[in-house]
Design a binder for this molecule. Sequence first.
Ligand SMILES: Cc1ncc(C[n+]2csc(CCOP(=O)(O)OP(=O)(O)O)c2C)c(N)n1
Ligand SMILES: [Mg+2]
Length: 560
Amino acid sequence: MSMQVSELLVRFLERLGVRCLFGIPGSHILPVYDALYDSPIRTVLAKHEQAAAFMACGQALHTGGVGACITTAGPGATNLVTGIANAYADSLPVIAITGEAPTYMFGKGGLQESSGEGGSVDQVALFAGITRYHKLIERTDYLASVLGQAAKCLTGDPPGPVVLSIPFNLQKETVDADLLDRIGFGRRPGAPLVADHHVEQTLRLIGQSRRPLIVAGHGCLRAGGAPSLQRLSSRLNIPVTSSLKGKGAIDERSALSLGSLGVTSGGHALRYLEREADLVMVLGASFNERTSYVWDRSLLAGKKILQVDNDPQQLEKVYRADLAIQADLGAYLKALEAAVEQRQIAAKEPVDIAGFVADLQARMDGAGETIFSPRFDHVKGLYRWLEQRFPDGLVMFDDNIVFAQSFFRVSARDRFYPNTGISSLGQAAPAAIGARFAPDYDAARPVFAMIGDGGFHMCAMELMTAVNYRLPLNVVLFNNDTMGLIRKNQHQHYRDRFIDCDFVNPDYAALARAFGIRHARIDAGRDLDEALGDLDWVRGVNLIEVRVDRDAYPNYSSRR
Ligand SMILES: Cc1ncc(C[n+]2csc(CCOP(=O)(O)OP(=O)(O)O)c2C)c(N)n1
Ligand SMILES: [Mg+2]
C-alpha cells in the first residue's frame, strides 16, 4: 500500500506517542496539516512559533514523552530557534516538523526558501548547533533511515531535539506505507545493572563519613529515583540539598531537607555543606555555575566526593571525585537501598536540620546577610499560601527562579520546573500550557507559570491560546515595572547607571478583562485569602499580579 509522505509523517508522530502538536500553519506545510485533520493527534494553534516550541518542551518535561511542534518554512522555522535550543540544553525529546519551499525552486529565490541554495537562508546550518538531529529531506528513498535516526535521538539517553524539514513537493509524493515498520520505536532500554563494587565502594565511603550530605540533581527525578532517595535519606539520617532542577527530589517540607543549593538560594545548604559535611554525594547534579557558586574551589575542599551520573560528560566536569560512577540513578539508588537493608547498615547520628536552619537564619538576619529583606515578605507569604492551599500538589513552571528557589518548598506531590535550559525569559507560560494540554494531565492539580513582567511581555499573547482552548492556567506575574535582575546588577556593579531596564506596564486588570480572564492583585500587606479566595484554580485562566518594589533587590550577586 502506498501513502502520501505527509500522511506517513503523521503516522510516524502517532507511533512516537505524540498526542499534541503545537504550531502555526503556512502554505508550505499545509499537506501535513491536511493529514492531521484525520489524526487523533490534537493540534494547538499557538500565537508564535517560539511559544509552540516551549509548549512542546513543557509537555515533554511533564510527561517524559515526546513533545512536538510544527511550523511553515522560513520565518516559521526560524522562529523556533530559541525553543529548540532550550530543548537541546535541557536534553528534551522534542520534534519539530517544518515545511520548506519545493525542491524545484531551490536556488531560484522561492518564497520563504531556506534551502541554503542561491544565497537563501541555510536552515541546516541554523539548526546544526541546537539539535541532536536535523534533516532537510530532499528525497524519499532514504526516508526510513531518516525517521529511524529521528526516533533514536528522541528516545536516546540522553534524548534531544530533532528538526525535520520537508519541502512542499516532497510532502505530496507517495511512499510505501510499510516503511514505518522498518523503524524501531522502542523506548530507552531498561536501566543497566549497577555493579556490585560500586555499591560496595559507596557503602564504604558512607561508613567512613561522620556527616554525609546528598546533593540531588535533576538526574534523580528523571530516573524516577526520588522515592528511593527519600527512603535512603531517612533510613540513614543523611540530609539532602538539591540543585535548582533537582528541587523535589526529596520532599522539601521533610525534616532532612536543606532546601536548594546555589547562588540564588537562601544559603542554608551552602553553610551546612561548608561547616558540617565531610562526604558530599553528588547524585545526578552537574554542578553548574549556580549550584557551584560560580565554581568556588573552596566549596568542596577537604571533603570526600562521590559523584553518580548516567551521563559520563557530567562526571568530574567541575570537581574531581574520590569515586565517580556512571549509572542510571534510579537503578543505583534502588541497589543502594537494597544493600543498606540487607547489611543492616547503621544510620548516622540524627541531625537537627530545623535547628541548624533557625540558628543560621537568626545569625544571617542579624548580620544583614539574608537574601530577601522584609520588602519581599508578601512574596514569601504567597508561596507559603500556595503550599497550604494545595497540599495535594501543584505543577509550577518558573521563569523567575529567585523567589521559588528560596520560598517554595516542593513537596513529593508537586512538580517544579525552573527555567533552566538556556534560561530564556518568556518560557514559563507556554511551557505550562504545553504541560496542561497533556491528555493524561491530572485535572485536580492546578498549573502555574511564575513570571516577571519583562518575561511576561515576551509571551503575553499565549494567554489567549489558553483562553482559546478553555485551558486552565494560573499566571503569577511579578510586577516591578522593571527588568529587576538587570536593575539589580546595574545597582551592584554599575553605580546605579540604570539603562534599558525600567518600563511602563499596562493596566493588568484591564488587560485581563480584555482577555476575558480573572485578575487578582497582591500588594504588600494584602490578605491573601481575601485577594485569592474565589479564584477557580483548576478550571479558570487567572492572572495574579504581585506588586514588587522596583528598588528592592535580592541580596545576591552573580558577579556580572
Ligand atoms: C530571552 C531573554 N532575553 C534576555 C534575558 C536576560 N535577562 C535575564 S533576567 C532579565 C530581566 C527579567 O525581568 P523580569 O522578567 O521583569 O523579572 P524580574 O527580574 O524583574 O523579576 C533579563 C532581561 C534572558 N534571560 N532571556
Ligand atoms: Mg520585572
